[in-house]
Design a protein around this ligand. Structure first.
Ligand code: 3H9
Length: 695
């Protein structure tokens, strides 16, 4: 019979092996903590036990505290209590680390007397990414092991390091090339036999290193993460190691951890953690769906986007054929790719040899016939439905059976594209975001006929490419751009009602975005939106007038702002203000001073409203999926959880009521709350109620 307890205990030849088995990642849930405490007590009391090894089943050692327990009433023993038991144990204990030892997992290992790991181990204190500090002694023990100046950046940035690096830093005592458990047993027996006082990190105040070195590291951390409360709290906790006794510093760390746990920013970051993982579950997908093998890719169109997508494949080790209609266009595309890699080499973020390996995986070819051997073809040509249908019609003839046929369209109808082939089941959207080799988001657009297998293949491929794939339904603009269109329309409208571009931008920066909408459009170029508007018969009076005046953004030296002399930071331009005022007058829109609160709400609330409609139509499966789209594709500030999470914290009723008031005040019917949002407001429901309706 399989032992179902989450902590196993077995003694062989004087060594007790305490083995954690809590799939999928051995998180330190309440039963694990209780089991660990009991096992340590049992091993301490058993005269047959000379030494102890803590090990774990599966691919991870321990992924840390159980994040799903956060915010709930703590169930004893708490992790600090378990670690105190470890610390007080009179017998030597070694952690046998196979796979990830993160957060509380590393804290357990640090409370042991030594650490032995397999080469695939990954160690880190990533709590800061959840808006927290390590809360079970990590801020005190790691500095006492490798020095405060070395330990601080690891926890304040939350980066995980590999076993070789951990060995170099002295976090690990030994690396096990072969049998990890055997190596850990050998190590712990040697400690027992030596009979020396057990090495406890709590006593190693001497290893903290010079205070000045720590303060210099602290200044660097605070400069990089000036507005990150958890990073600043890490600094305070490590500083306590110099100023307080070990016990006092542990109490300070615990209080800080519990205080941050209540912080709205940490709650939002925890939501992000689970939302990102939930996107992997595709609604309606049979559990046993097997993705197809992808060994060779083709990208049609060597423009900026196509070249970027080819780089994404090459970066992930997948050979790719970049296809153009003419040699000149192909040459330009390949040059652009080589130029982008050259910049990375210049900056030191890419080794020249690795650049060469990546470039060797990209083969340029003229003519669609070159797509014949590809397992996946990504079309990335101009946004023209007829052109795309023509290409897919040809691909249907050329591509091998079972090849995934994907379009990188940003807003066109996937079904209309799929119908140009006799294999619509293999057709879907793979919408990359610009720059494709940088942005994490991948909208995987499911057509009416797309098969589960094709969908699973695209999602699996997206992960292999290092992207965050989110499955969305087909509609104009899908999830991200459809919501962005609502924000852009209000940004334009706010200008006409009296706000300046810099006031609109400043409001979104204050909200937490890195850039406002106008600075962003200036960077991307105004012509992109202009072309789309022309193709779809839409207008945006201010943006159109700027384009007609040749103000196409940074690349033209002028857009919403002035970039005279090649400046990267724009300055307000009186000519733009005059142009806006002239259009307001022509359209008869009265101008007034508009406060920051109204600007922010009129930019953000219509997006939340659109998100509600997207859920009701089943275009997104869960509110969290929409959040993941905005977090990874549009730099929504992570500590605000995403638009739907933010909307939920305010409540649908509040958002709907404000939108209705703005619609009245501005005489702008597009601000009226949708039927979907109004229903939630009326019935006091959360956004997930809409997702259930759609399922
Ligand atoms: C902490 O430790 C605080 C302490 O300092 C103090 C305490 C007092 N809890 O990522 P995956 C789930 S804070 C609960 O897809 P991978 C995850 O939701 C913690 N659940 O796998 C998913 O569930 P589902 C510090 C967790 O192989 C499943 O496991 N630690 C946790 O790509 C698979 O996850 C961290 O922040 C957890 N801690 O990557 C580490 N971790 O299948 C967080 C995972 O239902 N974890 N789940 O969707 C990770 O970074 C990755 O999960 C890991 C595996 C690298 C371990």
């Amino acid at each position: 019979m399989v032992d179902a307890r989450p902590v196993g205990f077995a003694v062989t030849e004087g060594v007790a092996v305490i083995r954690i088995a809590n799939p999928p990642v051995n998180a330190l849930s309440a039963p694990v903590r209780a089991g660990l405490s009991e096992a340590i007590a049992q091993a301490s009391a058993d005269p047959a036990v000379r030494a102890i090894v803590i090990a774990a089943e599966g691919r991870t050692f321990i992924a840390g505290a159980d994040i799903s327990e956060f915010g709930k009433t703590p169930v004893p023993p708490t992790l600090p209590q378990v670690i105190a038991t470890l610390d007080a144990c009179p017998k030597p204990i070694v952690a046998a680390i196979g796979g990830a030892a993160l957060g509380g997992g590393l804290e357990v290992a640090l409370a042991c007397h030594a650490r032995v790991a397999s080469p695939n181990a990954k160690l880190g204190l990533p709590e800061v990414k959840l808006g927290l500090v390590p809360g079970a002694g990590g801020t005190q023990r790691l500095p006492r092991l490798i020095g405060a100046a070395q330990a601080l950046p690891l926890m304040a940035e939350g980066t995980a390091i590999n076993a070789a690096e951990a060995l170099r830093l002295g976090i690990l005592d030994a690396m096990a090339e072969g049998d990890l458990l055997a190596a850990a047993r050998q190590h712990v027996l040697a400690l027992a036999e030596a009979g020396d006082p057990l090495p406890r990190l709590r006593d190693r105040w001497d290893r903290l290193g010079p205070r000045e070195a720590f303060e210099a590291a602290a200044a660097a951390v605070l400069k990089r993460a000036a507005d990150h409360p958890a990073a600043a709290a890490c600094v305070d906790c490590v500083r306590a190691a110099f100023e307080k006794s070990f016990e006092e510093a542990l109490t300070f760390e615990r209080e800080t951890f519990l205080r941050l746990m209540q912080d709205e920013r940490s709650k939002a970051l925890r939501h992000v953690f689970f939302a990102e993982r939930a996107t992997a579950q595709i609604p309606g997908q049979p559990r046993d769906t097997q993705p197809r093998r992808i060994e060779h890719a083709a990208v049609v169109g060597a423009g900026t986007m196509g070249g970027g997508i080819a780089m994404v494949f090459a970066n992930a080790g997948i050979p790719v054929t970049l296809i153009e209609t003419h040699q000149e266009a192909l040459g330009r595309g390949l040059e652009r790719v080589a130029g982008t890699y050259a910049i990375s080499v210049q900056r030191g973020s890419l080794a020249p040899e690795e650049r060469d390996r990546r470039l060797a995986r990209i083969e340029g070819r003229v003519g669609l016939e070159a797509a014949a051997t590809a397992d996946v073809v990504v079309e990335a040509v101009f946004e023209d439905l007829e052109l795309k249908r023509e290409i897919f019609g040809s691909l249907d003839r050329i591509a091998k059976p079972g090849a995934l046929l994907a379009s990188n369209t940003s807003y066109l109808d996937i079904d209309a594209i799929a119908q140009a082939t006799a294999r619509p089941g293999d057709v879907l959207g793979m919408h990359f975001f610009s720059p494709a080799n940088v942005m994490k988001l991948l909208e995987v657009v499911r057509g009416a006929a797309t098969t589960s297998e094709a969908l699973a293949t695209a999602v699996e491929l997206g992960k292999r490419l290092g992207k965050v794939p989110v499955v969305v339904g087909s509609c104009h603009g899908f999830v991200g751009n459809r919501m962005l269109a609502r924000r852009s329309a209000q940004a334009e409208r706010l200008l006409l009602e009296g706000a300046s571009p810099e006031e609109v931008d400043a409001a979104l920066v204050a909200f937490g975005f890195r850039m406002g909408p106008f600075a962003m459009i200036d960077l991307a170029g105004l012509d992109i939106g202009w072309r789309t508007r022309k193709a779809t018969g839409k207008t945006a009076p201010v943006a159109d007038a700027l384009c007609e005046a040749g103000r196409l953004g940074q690349k033209a030296g002028r857009g919403y702002y002035d970039y005279a002399g090649g400046a990267r930071q724009g300055t307000p331009d009186p000519a733009v203000q005059q142009l806006i005022e002239r259009i307001s007058a022509q359209l008869g829109i009265p101008r007034r001073a508009i406060g920051r609160e109204e600007i922010t709400e009129r930019l953000i609330f219509p997006m939340i409203d659109e998100g509600a409609r997207i859920l009701e139509e089943g275009i997104a499966a869960r509110p969290g999926d929409i959040d993941v789209v905005w977090l990874n594709g549009y730099s929504w500030p992570a500590w605000r959880g995403g638009p739907m999470y933010y909307g939920a914290t305010l409540g649908a009723a509040h958002v709907a009521q404000r939108l209705a008031a703005y619609a009245e005040r501005s005489d702008d019917e597009s601000l009226r709350p949708s039927a979907a949002l109004s229903r939630l407001a009326r019935e006091g429901l959360g956004f997930e109620a809409l997702a259930r309706t759609a399922a």
